[in-house]
Design a protein around this ligand. Structure first.
Ligand code: 5GP
Length: 150
């Protein structure tokens, strides 16, 4: 229980300022309880906390990840969560928005000049290393990716 609290503290710290004590992505994911509550992404959408938005339309928002894992690392989210805390919660009604998000990833990749290729990732649940429970696509590019992923 104590280690879980420490992980949570580290996650909170990671939203205050980048520093060496910042929890690893894995720690953050393992300490994040799957939930339908508002997330940090709601604050980003409401401009309550700053972010670098690179694309926006009526249904999707794309902004740079605060902890980039590649020269280009962008998160693409639906503006309305509609129960999509993660991909595992997808239902038939979400097909259209899921398609739009993938297409948005392609548009943003082009906008970012990722002509040689890129990677899209959706982490799901604790085992998938998901730390923010508002569905998002990671768009990564600008370096050679490896396979298998970690
Ligand atoms: P997940 O681990 O859930 O797949 O991805 C969540 C992502 O959100 C992580 O890559 C993390 O760096 C990013 N992130 C967390 N908090 C913030 C924030 O306040 N601003 C931005 N731009 N990205 C964030």
């Amino acid at each position: 229980m104590a280690s879980r609290s420490i992980c949570r503290l580290a996650l909170v710290r990671s939203h205050l300022s980048p520093n060496p004590l910042m929890a690893s992505e894995k720690d953050a994911a393992l300490s994040a309880a799957p939930s339908d509550s508002p997330t940090i992404f709601d604050k980003i959408m409401k401009k309550e906390i700053p972010s670098t938005v690179v694309y926006e339309d009526d249904v999707a928002l794309a902004f740079r990840d605060i902890s980039p894992q590649a020269p280009t690392h962008i998160l693409i989210i639906p503006k309305v969560k509609d129960g999509l805390t993660g991909l595992s919660k997808a239902e038939e009604r979400h097909c259209e928005i899921l398609g739009r998000l993938l297409y948005t990833a392609k548009l943003v990749a082009k906008q970012e000049g990722l002509e040689d290729g890129f990677r899209v990732v959706i982490n799901d649940g604790p085992s998938g290393c998901q730390s923010v429970y508002h569905l998002h696509i990671h768009l990564l590019g600008g370096r050679q990716m490896n396979w298998p992923p970690g």
